[in-house]
Design a protein around this ligand. Structure first.
Ligand code: SF4
Length: 445
C-alpha cells in the first residue's frame, strides 16, 4: 500500500482506468499519518496490557522473483541469501521488542498473516527457522488462522509440506490469470502450468482453506479469456476466490510507460468493463454453489471458510506489523514501518526507531474506519455499531441511507443495511461520502 492521489474522472477519460489508488484500504487516509505521532506508539507499548483483546501479527516479506508491471509495492528482486538472512534477523529482533512491551506482554496472537512481496520466496529452511523463532517469541497455541501468500512458481511439494507443518491454514495462491500470454505481458513470474501443479499438491496436503487470487482487467484481458479464467477457477474448486479489479497506482511500470507516452488513460479495461467481468464471475460462481462474502470474495462454504485476519482487522483488532513498510494498528494507533530495507535493517540493528509515521486516531475516526471497511462486506449491522460505539446508523446517516435506497443501491433487512450487488462493486467510489470533512478532499487511502 502506498499513498496516492485519487484523480476524479473528467469528460475525456471518464470511466477509463487512470492512475491513482481507487480502493479504500484504511482510514484516516495515509497522508494524515505523520512523524509527530510516532512517540504515541512507544507510549502505547508501555501502557498496561488490555488482557484478552484479539491480537494479530502481520509479517512482511518484501522479496519477489520478478516485478509485475502493475505492482506498486516496494519489492526487491535482487537480494541474495545473506541479505534475506539479515532481514529475517531484523524482523525477529523487532518481534522480540514487541513481545517484551507491557502492552503485549503475555498476549498470544489469534491470527498471523504472511504477506508481501512474496512470502513463498523464502526457502524451506528459512521458513522453518523463521516460524520456530516466531513461536518461541509468542506461542501459537491460540492461533485460529495462519494465512500465507504464495506465488505459484515458487512452490514445491517440500515447501508446501513445510507450510502445512508449521501451521498454515489459509493458503493464498496469487494466480491472477490462467493465460500464459497475459501472465507474461503483465510481468508475472509464473505460468499456468505451475498453478495447476501447486494447486494439486496443496489439495493433496489438505490445507484447510485454499484461496485463489484473480485480477479482472490485466493488460490484454478479453471477454473470452476472462470467461475461460472463470471456467478454470470453477474446475479447480478452491474454498475461496478473491477477485481484484485492476487499478494502476503511481510507481507501477504501467504508469511509467503511460508517462513516457503522455497517456492519461491506462491501457487496461475501463471500470464498467471490469465491474462487468467481476459480476459475471460472481454470478457463475454463485451458480456453482459459492456465496459472495465481500466486494471481492466468493466462498464455497461460508459456514466453514472464514477469513479471520480480514474480519478481525476490520473490527478494530490490534495488529503488530513486522518488517519493512508494513502497517500495524495498536490500541487505536495506526503506524507504518520504514519503507527501505537497508534503513529498516540498519535502524533495527542500531536499536533506533523503525517506525516511519503513525496516527493517534479519535473514537470518531475509529468508528468511521470500521464502518467504511465493513461496508466492503456488502452489509453492516446496525446493532454492532450501536453496541460498540453507541451510534445509531439509521439516525446518523438518515439522508445518505435515503439517497442510496432511492438509487437502488441499498436496502434495509431487519438489523442490517445491505448493498445491492452493483453498489457492492462500486462501494470504494462511494465510501468517501463517509469521510469526516477534514479528510474529504485529501488523498485517498
Ligand atoms: S508478486 Fe505481488 S508483490 Fe511481487 S511484484 Fe508481483 S504484484 Fe508485486
Amino acid at each position: 500500500m502506498t499513498e496516492d492521489t485519487f484523480i476524479k474522472p473528467d469528460r475525456e477519460t471518464k470511466d477509463k482506468t487512470k492512475v491513482g489508488n481507487y480502493f479504500v484500504s484504511n482510514y484516516p487516509p495515509f497522508s494524515f499519518w505523520n512523524e509527530e505521532d510516532v512517540p504515541c506508539v512507544e507510549s502505547m507499548l508501555n501502557s498496561p496490557s488490555p488482557g484478552d483483546s484479539p491480537l494479530g501479527v502481520y509479517y512482511h516479506v518484501p522479496f519477489c522473483r520478478k516485478r509485475c508491471h502493475f505492482c506498486y509495492f516496494r519489492v526487491y528482486t535482487d537480494k541474495n541469501s545473506k541479505d534475506v538472512r539479515r532481514y529475517l534477523a531484523a524482523t525477529m529482533k523487532e518481534f522480540q521488542k514487541y513481545a517484551d512491551a507491557p502492552y503485549l506482554k503475555d498476549r498470544k496472537p489469534k491470527f498471523i498473516y504472511f504477506g508481501g512481496g512474496t512470502p513463498s520466496f523464502l526457502s524451506s529452511v528459512q521458513l522453518v527457522e523463521l516460524t520456530d523463532q516466531m513461536k518461541a517469541i509468542m506461542p501459537w497455541d491460540e492461533i485460529e488462522e495462519v494465512t500465507f501468500e504464495c506465488e505459484p512458481g515458487t512452490l514445491t511439494e517440500k515447501k508446501l509440506g513445510v507450510l502445512k507443518d508449521f501451521g498454515v491454514t489459509r493458503l493464498s495462491l496469487g494466480v491472477e490469470n490462467f493465460n500464459d500470454h497475459i501472465l507474461e505481458t503483465n510481468g508475472r513470474a509464473h505460468r499456468s502450468g505451475k498453478v495447476f501443479q501447486a494447486y494439486e499438491l496443496a489439495r493433496k496436503l489438505e490445507f484447510e482453506n485454499i484461496n485463489i487470487d484473480l485480477i479482472a482487467g490485466m493488460l490484454e484481458e478479453t471477454d473470452e479469456n476472462w470467461s475461460d479464467c472463470i471456467d478454470r477457477t470453477i474446475e479447480l474448486s478452491p474454498d475461496c476466490v478473491t477477485i481484484y479489479q485492476m487499478e494502476i497506482p503511481f510507481n507501477t511500470t504501467i504508469f511509467k510507460n503511460m508517462q513516457a507516452e503522455k497517456k492519461r488513460a491506462a491501457p487496461v479495461a475501463d471500470w464498467p468493463t471490469k465491474r462487468r467481468w467481476v459480476t459475471e464471475a460472481f454470478e457463475r460462481l454463485e451458480n456453482a454453489g459459492y456465496s459472495i462474502t465481500s466486494t471481492c470474495t466468493a466462498v464455497k462454504n461460508p459456514e466453514e471458510t472464514k477469513f479471520i485476519y480480514r474480519d478481525r482487522l476490520w473490527s478494530g483488532a490490534d495488529m503488530v506489523a513486522l518488517g519493512v513498510a508494513s502497517f500495524g494498528h495498536l490500541g487505536g494507533i495506526h503506524y507504518q514501518n520504514l519503507t527501505h530495507i537497508e534503513q529498516y535493517c540498519d535502524a533495527m540493528e542500531e536499536d533506533s526507531s523503525i517506525i516511519r509515521r503513525a496516527l493517534l486516531t479519535t473514537e470518531e475516526e475509529r468508528f468511521i474506519r470500521e464502518l467504511i471497511l465493513q461496508w466492503k462486506l456488502g452489509k453492516v449491522s446496525i446493532g454492532y455499531f450501536k453496541e460498540k460505539f453507541g451510534i445509531d446508523l439509521k439516525d446518523r446517516y438518515s439522508e445518505l441511507i435515503d439517497r442510496w435506497m432511492k438509487a437502488g443501491d441499498l436496502f434495509v433487512q431487519v438489523d442490517e443495511l445491505v448493498l445491492s450487488r452493483d453498489a457492492l462493486l462500486r462501494i470504494d467510489s462511494k465510501l468517501h461520502e463517509l469521510f469526516l470533512p477534514q479528510h474529504q478532499d485529501s488523498r485517498y487511502v
